[in-house]
Design a binder for this molecule. Structure first.
Ligand code: ADP
Ligand code: MN
Ligand code: MN
Ligand code: MN
Length: 407
């Protein structure tokens, strides 16, 4: 029996590419498959590496053009019949080095790190915002032209009705296809700007979060293609008083969700994690998406690009703790900084690294935008213990913004 495999990979400029391969490898055990997890353990070992012409994806020169693609995660293919699969691949040079935009090995290494205190099982829930664009006009659905824009923002978020919600057919079909594929999608909603939508992936553990998000983006492009519509993951496709698109990353570890069982609450772990994120703000912004500074203006439910802030139920901060987490003293928090075009392998691994692997002590020569005046003290005093360091950051330098609740 044959299987039809669509090999999917991240090409140059992070555009997704794919091509089809028919394999005659059906292992007997495949009849036992009931979930995507089973697919990965039973089918993945039978899917061989392949290659493509990297000179056609801006990833290799013409005279040494071969890029090797290595299958790493499998989903059902909702565009084809049963027995068809979407195969997410990593990209390597023929010498076995990851291509410069293959960040999955880095993320895998971070997630494989053994933690001394046993706080592990990082969960991520990613809210992917995007615009559906008219392919020829190059404007979001709902716009005829820029001289005569639709009504100002206010009526579109979670809206219904032909004059409010543009492209629901695509957003909904995307959700159904993701479910059929075995992707952990958990919701969709119309967003603040016309033609702007969001879906959420998760909660997923560790590397799965990036795998599921990348494949959900692939399915979105394919569904939109069917309807002759383009997808824009540009963080700020429209100038003026229109929201940009983010990829809010909700995050928790085992101890944040439950406490450590010895009296330290989840909320205390969350506060420590936020303090650490604050002291590595600049480093994080570097990997949180290209062009994000155009989106993070401090307007349109964003915080400023340069300054770290956090708050409860506040959507104008870098990081938000929800009311429920505050009340329960455990749960998760939301990093609102990543932009719609971010690479989830970089973002999730960086968050896990900073909040749990890094001991919280300032590294020599690190840039600390939070600590004007107090900078030298933090950078030089590497003997400070972690608790002290965190208190210092929380009390002296972090801007706490009270509870304002918009959408
Ligand atoms: P918002 O109120 O910011 O619009 P959403 O409902 O769109 O939030 O998204 C919330 C996300 O948080 C979902 O992706 C969900 O999977 C995720 N999530 C829920 N619980 C947790 C948790 N304990 N750890 C990490 N992520 C979580
Ligand atoms: Mn949301
Ligand atoms: Mn949103
Ligand atoms: Mn959010």
């Amino acid at each position: 029996m044959v299987v039809i495999c669509e090999y999917v990979w991240i090409g140059g400029n992070n555009n997704l590419r794919s091509k089809t391969r028919i394999l005659d490898i059906m292992p007997q055990s495949l009849s036992q498959v009931t979930s995507v997890k089973d697919l990965n353990s039973l089918l993945l070992p039978h899917i061989p590496n392949w290659n493509y012409d990297g000179s056609s994806t801006a990833q290799a020169s013409g005279h040494d053009s071969e890029v090797i693609i290595k299958p790493v995660s499998i989903f059902r293919d909702p565009f084809r019949t049963a027995g068809s699969y979407l195969v997410l691949c990593e990209t390597y040079t023929p010498k076995g080095e990851p291509l410069s935009n293959n960040h999955r090995p880095y993320a895998t290494q971070i997630f494989d790190t053994k933690l001394e205190n046993g706080d592990s099982e990082p969960w991520f829930g990613i809210e992917q915002e995007y615009f559906l664009m008219h392919r020829v006009r190059k404007l979001p659905l709902g716009f005829i032209d820029l001289k005569c824009p639709p009504s100002p923002q206010g009526q579109y978020y979670c809206s219904i009705g032909a004059e409010n919600a543009f492209g629901r057919k695509i957003a909904n079909e995307h959700m159904m296809y993701c479910l059929m594929a075995g992707i952990k999608i958990c919701g969709i909603n119309a967003e603040v700007a016309p033609g702007q939508w969001e879906y959420q992936i998760g909660p997923s553990i560790g590397i799965d979060s990036g795998d599921h998000l990348w494949m959900s983006r692939y399915i979105l492009e394919r569904v939109a293609e069917k309807h002759d519509v383009s997808v824009s993951l540009d963080p700020k496709p429209l100038e003026g008083d229109w929201n940009g698109s983010g990829c809010h990353t909700n995050y928790s570890t085992k101890y944040m969700r439950k406490g450590d069982g010895n009296g330290k609450t989840g909320l205390e772990y969350i506060h420590e994690a936020i303090a650490k994120l604050g002291s590595r703000h600049t480093e994080h912004m570097v990997v949180y998406g290209a062009g994000n500074e155009k989106r993070m203006t401090g307007e349109h439910e964003t915080a400023s690009f340069d300054t770290f802030s956090w708050g409860v139920a506040n959507r104008g901060t870098s990081v938000r703790i929800g009311n429920e987490t505050l009340q329960n003293e455990c749960g998760y928090f939301e990093d609102r900084r990543p932009s719609s075009n971010m690479n989830p392998y970089l973002v999730t691994a960086k968050i896990y690294d900073t909040t749990t692997i890094w001991n919280g002590l300032q590294e020599p020569n690190s840039v600390n935008t939070l600590n004007e005046g107090g900078e030298d003290q933090l950078v030089n005093d590497t003997t400070q213990n972690i608790e002290k360091n965190i208190d210092l950051v929380i009390n002296d330098t972090m801007e706490f913004v009270g509870d304002v609740c918009d959408f």
